[in-house]
Design a protein around this ligand. Structure first.
Ligand code: UD1
Length: 364
């Protein structure tokens, strides 16, 4: 069985690493090829994750880079079609909701190659988010829909997806988190940034709705300056956010207790997350990672496609409202704690379940 797995952007790497590992147990019955579209390309947005997750260098690197949605999606499709024509795989695996996910699914289906979508069924019900369009379209043309949480099952059933295609397997990103947790003990990230356990706040922000406009970004800067008077704020900055901050000359407005850093590698990031007072974010994956670790998470978005992080976990949504975000931060600083539980099947074995399903179906 020949399988090509696609990775493109930072959050994809941790979802694919456990799947690659699980395939190694099939003693060569599965030929696994990794294709990196190059949607993310900086060393600390890409290569560092391959190294830390034990992923081999990709078999194909398409070198697409940034661009408008149409440009990025179109370029990936053209280059990925060449890979598919050369390799003629039995199946491709795509993960998450980035442009590489929909671009490669569509290319494969047009060549009558089966598609498996890992992290299927998540819905924010906000079609203004590019990721929501990517999710809906990818799910609608996938043959295997691997679901991370119960809301995914409900959404896919409501959309009338054939029950035979849906598999509740749990969360591959949590597989990676569980496997690297022991390594975080040897991280020296706290010393490096001169921060102490439970005495700092982490901030990550990269959604276009939060960082692309000068107004929103200057509100964010005000919020960070304000909360940094209580505790040090560590702000590993995404390239999109850095570009905006610099172009609006807002980087100079950040005060001394806000530590702006380059994007941080996976092990250091998790080491830092684990010991933080709280994280303020608009990321999807971090809502899940903080839920698993029991860390307080405040999400600066009006919707989430990951409701289990709220219903069961430690996440809270404050809308796109900086005042509410500040209030929520202050409540936590004053001792409020949301107690969460770990959602079903977030047990480190999701990739094994996926490989068993794919292998047993191929044997039929
Ligand atoms: C993408 C995903 C988003 C995901 C995020 C995780 C889409 C539509 N968006 O958003 O769902 O949450 O990744 O990080 O797929 N850039 C660099 N270096 C890099 C990567 C990007 O400088 O290594 C620059 C790009 O050139 C571009 C900007 O950052 O100017 C944004 O990159 P892009 O891939 O378009 O989208 P993200 O905002 O990263």
């Amino acid at each position: 069985m020949k399988i090509i797995t696609v990775v493109g952007a930072r959050p994809n790497f941790m979802k694919v690493a456990p799947i690659h590992r699980a395939f190694q147990k099939y003693n060569g019955s599965i030929t696994h090829i990794i294709c990196h579209t190059g949607q993310h390309y900086d060393t600390n947005m890409s290569e560092i994750f391959f190294n830390q997750l034990g992923l081999p260098a990709p078999d194909y690197y398409l070198g697409i880079g940034g661009g408008s949605h149409a440009e990025q999606t179109g370029k990936i499709m053209i280059k990925f079609e060449e890979v598919l024509l050369k390799e003629n795989p039995d199946l491709i695996i795509v993960v998450g909701d980035v442009n590489s996910t929909i671009a490669c699914s569509l290319t494969a289906q047009k060549l009558h190659i089966e598609v498996a979508h890992v992290e299927a069924g998540l819905r924010s019900f906000d079609r203004y988010m590019p990721e929501e369009i990517n999710r809906i379209l990818t799910d609608s043309i996938s043959d295997y829909l691997f679901v991370t949480e119960k809301s995914g099952l409900i959404n896919l059933r409501k959309e009338g997806v054939d029950e035979k295609k849906i598999f509740f397997v749990g969360n591959c990103m949590i597989d990676s988190l569980i496997s690297i947790l022991p390594l975080t003990k040897s991280s020296n990230v706290l010393e490096k940034f001169a921060i102490k356990q439970k005495e700092y706040i982490i901030v990550t922000m990269h959604r276009p709705s939060n960082v692309d406009s000068a107004h929103r970004l200057s509100e964010l800067v005000k919020l960070l300056n304000s909360i940094s008077s209580k505790q040090k704020v560590v702000f590993p900055i995404h390239p999109r956010t850095r570009k905006s901050l610099e172009s609006f000359e807002l980087d100079k407005k950040l005060e001394g207790n806000v530590l702006l850093t380059e994007p941080i590698g996976y092990i250091d990031f998790i080491a830092m997350l684990k010991e933080s007072t709280l994280i303020l974010t608009d990321s999807g994956g971090i809502q899940e990672e903080s839920t698993y670790l029991g860390v307080q998470c405040i999400t600066l978005r009006s919707t989430t496609e990951r409701p289990s992080s709220i219903e069961e976990g430690t996440n809270q949504l404050v809308g796109e409202d900086f005042n509410k975000a500040e209030k929520a931060v202050m409540e936590i600083m004053n001792g409020y704690e949301k107690i969460g539980t770990i959602p079903e099947l977030w047990d480190g074995r999701s990739a094994e379940r996926i490989s068993e399903i794919l292998f047993s179906n191929a044997m039929r």
